[in-house]
Design a protein around this ligand. Sequence first.
Ligand SMILES: Cc1cc2nc3c(=O)[nH]c(=O)nc-3n(C[C@H](O)[C@H](O)[C@H](O)COP(=O)(O)OP(=O)(O)OC[C@H]3O[C@@H](n4cnc5c(N)ncnc54)[C@H](O)[C@@H]3O)c2cc1C
Length: 435
Amino acid sequence: MADKKADIIIVGTGASGLFCALNLPKDKDILMISKDDLDRSDSFLAQGGICMLKSDDDYESYFEDTMRAGHYENNKDSVRIMIKSSQKVIEELINIGVDFEREDGKLKFTREAAHSKPRILFHEDLTGKEITSKLLAEAMKRDNITIIAHTTMVDIIEEKNVCEGIVIRDNKGNIEKWYANYVVLACGGIGGLYEHSTNYSHLTGDALAIALKHNIALKDIDYIQIHPTTLYSTKRGRRFLISESVRGEGAILYNANMERFVDELLPRDLLTKEIKKQMKKDNTKFVWLSVKELGSDNIKKRFPNIYKKCLEEGYDITKECIPVTPAQHYFMGGIKVNTNSKTSMNRLYASGETSCNGVHGANRLASNSLLEAMVFAKRAAKEIIDTYDELKVVDKDIDLEYYKDAERLEEEYRELVLEEIEKVHKKRENKKKAM
Ligand SMILES: Cc1cc2nc3c(=O)[nH]c(=O)nc-3n(C[C@H](O)[C@H](O)[C@H](O)COP(=O)(O)OP(=O)(O)OC[C@H]3O[C@@H](n4cnc5c(N)ncnc54)[C@H](O)[C@@H]3O)c2cc1C
């Protein structure tokens, strides 16, 4: 007999994990765990917004923008599903109290780089916090959902390609087995593996390392997005993002001679390339971004968080330029899943940034990730319920001592993931050369 069992375990309490939990029926006993504080997920950090299909007229254009940004390597089915599901997801968010900016009572849309039209909903420059805090509050109200912070999944429990649960380390260092009928991995990105990243540093791709250990299929794990404009700093830790919507609304990039050198609305990967080229030419570690053009009142109203953070760092963006530089930002690749977020292992699902259903192709279009994280989390929930059956578990004899040394294990997992990324990258480069 198993020591502890939940009906469904969800690893991760970002937008994806929470939306999955909220889309599961209330008669299922759900355990959610998070490696850190509940409000320290990347979902809380999203500034710019979330895309929504504004009207049927915009479908072709939204589809094309997503495909073009992704270098046409996107899975078209995933893109279609994401766009077609967007209005319903937004409706559900509004129903739980998410407050998007409105004009004359109607939803207000903004535009970001590589979008040919405004189709992004936002809440000041704190959209992710607005959405995720409301999802979290809703999940906390549900008697069937137990949420535990500072608890890390260190492995899954597997028998013949069937996932039977997870191994966790709690905040006191205790190691425990938790069995479940289904497990959903919603563990976010991999920014914590990099020196310069906009992500929280505890997001180190644990789910990927565990997937590698258990021969679970991965996809495109060398597709890593660098954000072109993060606030330059010599300090250690997370890099502060200067959202795309700042450029979408008219901010300008300058080189060391204060000359404009690029189209600010290029897709992220192309803009990053141009900025890096310019930095090399100027022999600098940053370029300048001027937000002044947007006007002082507008900046304070539209981007209060960016304004405040830059002030703390010594820059008044209503009056002066800020130094910006590219940093790791998003992970397009991940655990390979189908359009219902099912992995190659039975009873195991993955959604959000940890997973790869091919929706982003080689490069993500701005503000598609919160949407994707929720659309496909909901599909995971639906498939779990549609196919639900009880797993009869026999308690496994697992060497729990192996997981005790957190530092050693973290290093082992880190190396595993970084080596695999390098391997996949080299393979892709060789393939390109051979063509
Ligand atoms: C600065 C910034 C700005 C962004 N702006 C936007 C934007 O404007 N629009 C947009 O669409 N996207 C934006 N993104 C991207 C978007 O926020 C993320 O892709 C999305 O929120 C990912 O959601 P998630 O639920 O998959 O992961 P996350 O929200 O990162 O949650 C991951 C969860 O997994 C947990 N976890 C990880 N490993 C373990 C483990 N081993 N055991 C237990 N728990 C674990 C973490 O603690 C966390 O709770 C931005 C990202 C950043 C960093």
